[in-house]
Design a protein. Structure first.
Length: 338
């Protein structure tokens, strides 16, 4: 980690949510205890382990002794399933962070829904009382057939139970869903059943993470063997529209904050901003084919971020000039995630 330009030897994992870009990263577990999801390239070939309390506290102490540490307001606990750690050890970590950083405003962590389904609500309350603020959960889908196909290792019912325990404990909950994960064959079921799951959970936030077939993943192998047909950009947007129609009356915040998503402007509070979100989707869907293509190329090359940028003639010229760099080939490099 770097604070005020100074580097140190604090151990840090490879991933964190975009919303934690400015957070102090504290690694409490290494890698993922499941590590079998067909779509995920992270942690492959790596062994899962719990870090010792002494290791974790030493990292926190080192970081908080450096100039600038008093400016740290947010902390994220890594890696993929921090809440699998014994509760008493995690409580000790949270309390030590609060002790070392009295000005900290938020402490968050990833957790697998299956882990949460096996946690007592009382244990999750202890974590909240010790300082944990928010739990990030990758649901990906609410469709059991999709979950089985991608080897998620959990059912929709278990996901609901795990997330319900988080909400009952008074913790903030952020759920991730993956448009396109069902491919063309399961698209409709994936959209409807994921929407129904989110409507039942009522998380504080729902984050979109578009499914791409990434090199070196089991999903790429399934694609090569003809077992998975990607949705494509327009098909994925239509699927998101269906998903949104199911959660239209749910009180939650929809967030599209990762570059892997085509429509980054899909951010708003439901149900209040539902109509605006649908208008944004329909704006894209109603573009003529050439305009759609121009926008997709511009987004995937990182030239534009929003639909309204297409009205700029200079930007349109630049996209056309650089279009030869764009390829819609499948699979794609995993670098698109990082």
């Amino acid at each position: 980690m770097t604070i005020n330009g100074r580097r140190n030897s604090v151990e840090r994992g490879p991933l964190r949510p975009p919303s934690e870009a400015r957070s102090l990263l504290v690694r409490v577990v290494r890698n993922c205890p499941w590590n079998k999801c067909a779509f995920c390239p992270a942690y492959k070939g790596e062994k899962f382990s719990l870090r010792s309390l002494d290791e974790i506290l030493a990292d926190v102490k080192q970081v908080t002794s450096e100039p600038g540490s008093d400016k740290i307001k947010h902390v994220f606990l890594q890696d993929a399933d921090s809440l699998i750690m014994p509760i008493d050890r995690l409580v000790s970590v949270l309390r030590f962070i609060q002790q070392q950083l009295p000005g900290v405003e938020r402490i968050t962590a990833y957790a697998r829904s299956n882990t949460l389904a096996h946690r007592k609500t009382s244990d999750l309350k202890h974590l909240r009382e010790a300082g944990l603020s928010r739990v990030h959960v990758g649901l990906e889908s609410g469709c059991d057939e999709v979950l089985k196909f991608v080897r998620k290792g959990v059912t929709a019912a278990a996901q609901l139970e795990g997330c319900k325990r988080v909400r009952d404990a008074g913790l903030e909950l952020c759920c991730y869903v993956m448009p396109g994960l069902g491919g063309r064959r399961l698209s409709e079921q994936h959209a409807f059943e994921t929407g129904r799951l989110i409507a039942a959970i009522k998380p504080n936030h729902v984050r979109l993470r578009t499914c791409f077939v990434l090199e070196g993943t089991p999903l790429a192998e399934a694609f090569t063997n003809g077992l998975f047909e990607p949705m494509g950009e327009e098909g994925t947007v239509r699927e998101i529209r269906t998903f949104l129609s199911i959660i239209a009356g749910t009180y939650t915040e929809l967030i599209s904050d990762h570059r892997i998503n085509l429509l980054l402007e899909l951010r708003g509070v439901l149900p209040r901003e539902y109509d605006r979100l649908i208008r944004t989707i329909d704006h894209f869907l109603e573009l003529d084919p050439e305009e759609k293509k121009l926008f997709i190329i511009g987004r995937r090359l990182g030239i534009i971020q929003r639909l309204d940028e297409l009205s700029d003639d200079a930007i349109r010229m630049r996209i056309r000039k650089e279009a030869h760099r764009y390829s819609a080939a499948v699979p794609v490099t995993k670098n698109i995630l990082y």
